[in-house]
Design a protein around this ligand. Structure first.
Ligand SMILES: [Zn+2]
Length: 271
């Protein structure tokens, strides 16, 4: 799993990369790739295929020392300890393959047993994202959560796409992950594209909530992309209520016990 695999088509064409298991416990992408790869043939161009964090995949852990999905940033934003980590070194190993690629599909999944699939991308990826098997495109992540392979690609003028395929390890997400990889390869022109574009809603993330104290508690459970109304209490931070600044959607909501911890994201539906 350590080495990046490579598929080459008979005809000239674009170069792309598919990444799975950047978070080692998100096994749906890993299993889908293992099922697909042995019989996968591309007609055009070149495709790099990588297992993001092999030792974390083997250990079924999100990561070993650092979140690999935050290591694709410039060195001056990282600490010396970050740069000593396995994940930092792994990011440096993967970067040249990303640099050679015009677009990356980075397959992720959630720990909340939620089936909602979505694509994280910016407007540069729309022509590809429209073919991916989901009804939801989410933008704005580069600003609030920089550091993934998709962020890195966008930062060097290429196309970064993250596909969230549902719960991290079930039959549905394995199937969706496989479909997303095939759709990506078709949309990129490596395989003949016989897919009809999806009808997709768009959500833009505009705010990331951080805990100010060591005791941020959600007022209740929130489902990802649940609608909340202006003034609704999201949680209590120490003794202080944190409220929704306007009618919007909430996602990745969780309790926080360290000042500065990420505790929720807010987004709005785009027309
Ligand atoms: Zn992930």
């Amino acid at each position: 799993m350590e080495e990046v695999l490579e598929l080459v088509g008979k005809e000239d064409g674009p170069t792309s990369m598919v990444l799975v298991g950047v978070h080692g416990d998100e096994t749906c992408g890993v299993e889908a790739l293992k099922a697909l790869f042995p019989s996968l043939v591309i007609a055009r161009g070149r495709v790099f295929v990588g297992y993001g964090n092999p030792p974390a995949i083997s250990a079924r852990k999100r990561f070993l020392e650092r979140n690999l999905n935050r290591m694709f940033v410039s060195d001056d934003t990282l600490s010396p300890e970050d740069m000593e980590s396995y994940e930092y070194k792994r990011a440096q190993y993967l970067k040249p393959y990303l640099q050679k690629s015009g677009a990356v599909l980075d397959v992720h999944a959630n720990p909340w047993k939620e089936k909602q699939t979505f694509v994280i991308c910016e407007s540069n990826a729309t022509d590809i994202a429209n073919f991916l098997p989901t009804n939801l495109l989410v933008s704005g992540f580069d600003a609030v959560e920089p550091g993934g392979a998709d962020y890195y690609m966008n930062s060097i003028g290429k196309i970064g796409i993250c596909f969230e395929c549902g719960y991290l390890d079930d039959e549905y997400s394995r199937k969706t992950a496989g479909e997303a990889m095939m759709a990506f390869l078709k949309a990129r022109g490596h395989i003949e594209n016989d897919i009809v574009p999806e009808v997709q809603s768009r959500v833009h993330i505009f705010y990331k909530g951080h805990a100010k104290t060591n005791n941020f508690k959600l007022s209740r459970q929130f489902t990802n992309f649940e609608r909340i109304t202006k003034g609704e209490i999201i949680g209590m931070d120490g003794g202080e209520a944190v409220v929704a600044p306007k009618d919007c959607l909430i996602l990745f909501a969780r309790n926080g016990y360290i000042p500065g911890a990420d505790v929720f994201l807010l987004g709005e539906v785009l027309p």
